[in-house]
Design a protein around this ligand. Structure first.
Ligand SMILES: *Cc1c(COP(=O)(O)O)cnc(C)c1O
Length: 234
């Protein structure tokens, strides 16, 4: 189904159905998998239409773009997640305007987010992005460096470390998709065995959410299947 021949309600229903089927196949309840609607490049009107269908959690990749949409949608009770690469000069905007951040991959950025989180807000709900595909150009901490980063992030007062996020290299091969997500889950299990109390695995997108749910994803981040193809690069 594409944006051109379907309504937001139909696309949301189709994605929720995919989530329910994958959860059932995994022996999990669909309520254990939260849908994060990734609205990057789509305008406030598109988000408002999706919110009118009952969607509440939205993910954005660019701080400036997100702040403009948040201002236009301030009348709605939406929950905003920052999921893009974090530039040093954007940490204050993220700390002040988001409930969640999924893409922390170095301590210096985490420290700035904690320092800049306003005292009146709850701690910033945080996932560390881990790079399980070994691509040098991609974001995410290397698995070998993950335990030290998780220990340090979990000590920051205004962040609450919830789990891991990953964007494995795209592949149409379901077995390869599952292997990458399984690796993320193993890293998550290792951290919990070391004393962390993580409850969030942010993994799976439009093309691979089933594989992610089979490997215990608790948040799937879905853009294209909800909003249609993006017409500009993001
Ligand atoms: C764009 C994006 C998504 C959504 O990808 P789709 O393939 O459009 O579902 C998910 N996560 C991140 C980090 C993204 O940048």
């Amino acid at each position: 189904m594409t944006a051109a021949d379907s309504t937001p309600a139909e696309r949301l229903h189709a994605v929720r159905t995919r989530i329910a089927h994958a959860a059932a196949a995994a022996g999990r309840t669909p309520a254990a998998v939260q849908l994060l609607a990734v609205s990057k490049t789509f305008d406030a009107a598109a988000i408002r239409a999706m919110a009118a269908c009952g969607q509440r959690e939205f993910g954005e990749n660019y701080a400036q773009e997100a702040l403009e949409k948040q201002a236009a949608l301030h009348d709605l009770p939406l929950v905003w997640h920052f999921i893009g690469p974090i530039q040093r000069n954007k940490t204050r905007a993220i700390a002040e305007h988001f409930s969640w951040v999924h893409s922390v991959d170095r301590l210096q950025i985490a420290e700035r987010l904690s320092d800049q989180r306003p005292a009146g807000l709850p701690p910033l709900q945080t996932c560390i992005e881990v790079n399980v595909s070994g691509e040098a150009s991609k974001g995410g901490v290397a698995p070998i460096e993950l335990p030290a980063l998780a220990d340090a992030v979990s000590k920051l007062p205004q962040l609450r470390l919830r789990g891991l996020m990953a964007i494995p290299a795209p592949t149409a091969d379901a077995a390869a998709q599952r292997a990458a997500f399984r690796r993320v889950r193993e890293l998550f299990d290792d951290l919990n065995a070391r004393g962390h109390a993580l409850d969030t695995l942010s993994m799976g997108m439009s093309g691979d959410l089933e594989a992610a749910i089979l490997e215990s994803a608790t948040i799937v981040r879905v853009g294209t299947a909800l909003f249609g193809e993006r017409t500009r690069y993001a």
